[in-house]
Structure formats: structure tokens, C-alpha cells
Design a binder for this molecule. Structure first.
Ligand SMILES: C[S@@+](CC[C@H](N)C(=O)[O-])C[C@H]1O[C@@H](n2cnc3c(N)ncnc32)[C@H](O)[C@@H]1O
Length: 294
């Protein structure tokens, strides 16, 4: 173990932006590189928050479900043995063969309609009891969770349920060191955390039953607890998968993320400052704007 650890320790500086690279859309892979699927599959905190949500609904026994962005079936395999019928959607062509093989191997292919397409163009032939989708990213700024659920919820039965249901976006201000050309990065090791100087405040809450895709523009009043120069925002997204089952971010999904402020500002402990926030869902955090109104 000590040898393994000392190897990682020497790599800390290189690993500062490794998650950013793994989680950035890569056209060469039609999405995420293979390593990111490994990061997601092996994260039991992420996977179990979905597994526990499915259990709350008795694994959808005899229900009709739709899962969007099934990836390597890391979540689907928990409910597929129990459902009556499943529509599984995935847009990454590199995964088609793998998914088809897995469905056949497990004897699920008869009750599954596999749709290899962009979820935002898909029309389902019937209404479903549940729509499940893990297409999230911090603040939903990079990924299309909001747009995908906005399109698919027309196919939800009146008493149908979404998983997840709600995403709460939170912000703090602090100071971090950015390399050249880096505007944001997710945290993998705590040494890359910013030095925070304010309390955490809610920016907005995404209700996946209702929220529509439109730009978010907010002013957030934040109290400073320490004095110093702030140059970044520290973002967290808390997810309610179902009521009582939550997920608040790990390295594999919605890792706490740092974004550069438009301009660094000196703050004094005890003052309340006005943080301006502007971003659009499913674009890029690099396009998001955070600045302090002076
Ligand atoms: C974050 S991964 C989650 C994979 C899997 N559900 C899991 O939890 O391990 C999101 C998946 O959704 C797929 N995806 C993203 N946008 C999509 C879209 N518009 N339509 C269909 N699939 C999409 C990606 O290719 C990727 O495989």
C-alpha cells in the first residue's frame, strides 16, 4: 500500500485536471472516454443512490420504465430483472454492441426496446410509469439533464415518477490556483480545494418535473466569514433522487467544482457581498459567468 500511495503522491500535480479531462465531452469517443465509464461504474456511492431509489419503488416490479443514457447498464441491471417492459436509450454508438450483447446474455432482450438515438428526438409509443436518467453534471451546466427530461416527461403517466427529481445548486466563494487556460476544474483530491471564505448559498433549484431550458441569471447575497482575495466560486450540486434518497457529489458525478471569477476581489470578514451568476444548461461551465457586484 505505501508504495502505491507514494506513487499517487508523486502524481498529485498531474492529477489536478485529470477528472476535467475524463468528464469533458470528447467527439473522438462520441462522448466520454472509456475511463469515465469505469470511474462511474466503480463508484458505489453514485450507483447505490440510484439502486436505493429503485428499491423505494420495489425495483419497478411489473412496471413500464424508460431509462435514458444507459451507458454500460451500470444502473439498468438493478431493475431490468423486475420490470414488465423497458425502453433503454443511449446515443453513444460505441456502446451499441456492448449493450445488445449484455441484454441478450441476461435474457432481457424480449422485454427491452433498445433505442440507439439522441433522447431529445425520441418518441415513445406509450406512456411509462418511470423515467430514469443520469445525464447530470455540476449545475447541469455541461450535460443535458434538463433538456432531456423536459422532452421525455411528455411520455410520463400522470402519476409517473422521475428519477432523479430535484437538483439544488449551491455556491461559496474562495481562492484557488488555476493553470493557464483553465477556467474551471472538478475536485479529485482535497489539496486542490479552494480556500473558502464565505458560507454556502443556494443559487437555484431544478425541479425536473417542471424546469424548462432557459438561461439562469441570479444575484446571490453571500456572507463572508474570512478576509482575503477571492478569485473563484466553489460549486456543489445536491441531488434528490427520490424523497429520502440523496446524492451530493463524488468524483464520478457532480464533483464539487471550481470556476474562476471574472475578476478577483478583496473581501472583509463579516460583509455581505452580491454574487452575480449567469449560465445556461447543457452548454459549458467555461461559458458560465460569475462576478462580484461592487
Ligand atoms: C453520465 S453517463 C451515465 C451512464 C449510466 N446511466 C450510468 O449511470 O452508469 C450518461 C450517458 O448518457 C448518454 N447520453 C448523453 N446524452 C444523451 C442523449 N441526448 N441521448 C441519449 N443518451 C445520451 C451518454 O452517452 C452516456 O453514456
Amino acid at each position: 500500500m505505501s508504495k502505491f500511495l507514494s506513487k499517487i503522491v508523486t502524481q498529485y500535480p498531474e492529477l489536478k485536471y485529470a477528472l476535467l479531462e475524463a468528464q469533458t465531452f470528447d467527439p473522438q469517443y462520441f462522448g466520454f472516454p472509456e475511463v469515465y465509464y469505469k470511474i462511474m461504474e466503480t463508484d458505489s456511492v453514485r450507483v447505490n443512490s440510484f439502486r436505493d431509489s429503485f428499491l423505494k419503488y420495489k425495483n419497478f416490479k411489473n412496471k413500464v420504465v424508460c431509462e435514458v443514457g444507459v451507458g454500460t447498464l451500470a444502473l439498468s441491471r438493478f431493475f431490468l430483472p423486475h420490470v414488465k417492459k423497458a425502453y433503454l436509450i443511449e446515443s453513444n454508438p460505441k456502446l451499441i454492441k456492448f449493450i445488445q450483447k449484455e441484454l441478450k446474455k441476461n435474457g432481457w432482450e424480449k422485454k427491452v426496446v433498445f433505442i440507439a438515438a439522441d433522447a431529445m428526438t425520441v418518441q415513445l409509443p406509450e406512456k411509462v410509469d418511470f423515467i430514469i436518467g443520469e445525464n447530470m453534471s455540476i449545475f447541469c451546466a455541461n450535460e443535458h439533464q434538463v433538456q432531456i427530461f423536459q422532452h421525455l416527461r411528455q411520455f410520463l403517466k400522470p402519476k409517473g415518477k422521475l428519477i432523479p427529481e430535484k437538483i439544488i445548486n449551491l455556491v461559496q466563494l474562495g481562492k484557488a490556483t488555476f493553470s493557464k487556460n483553465i477556467k474551471h476544474y472538478p475536485i479529485m483530491f482535497s489539496r486542490h480545494l479552494p480556500t473558502v471564505m464565505t458560507i454556502q448559498k443556494e443559487v437555484n433549484t431544478i425541479d425536473l418535473y417542471k424546469t424548462k431550458d432557459k438561461p439562469v441569471a441570479k444575484t446571490v447575497r453571500v456572507k463572508t466569514l474570512l478576509s482575503g482575495k477571492v478569485n473563484c466560486v466553489y460549486l456543489n450540486s445536491w441531488v434528490q433522487c427520490v424523497e429520502g434518497v440523496n446524492f451530493t457529489g463524488t468524483d464520478s458525478l457532480m464533483p464539487p467544482t471550481i470556476v474562476k471569477l471574472k475578476k478577483a476581489v478583496n473581501v472583509v470578514a463579516g460583509e455581505t457581498i452580491q454574487l452575480k451568476v449567469k449560465f445556461s444548461y447543457g452548454t459549458s461551465l467555461d461559458e458560465a459567468l460569475f462576478w462580484i457586484e461592487q
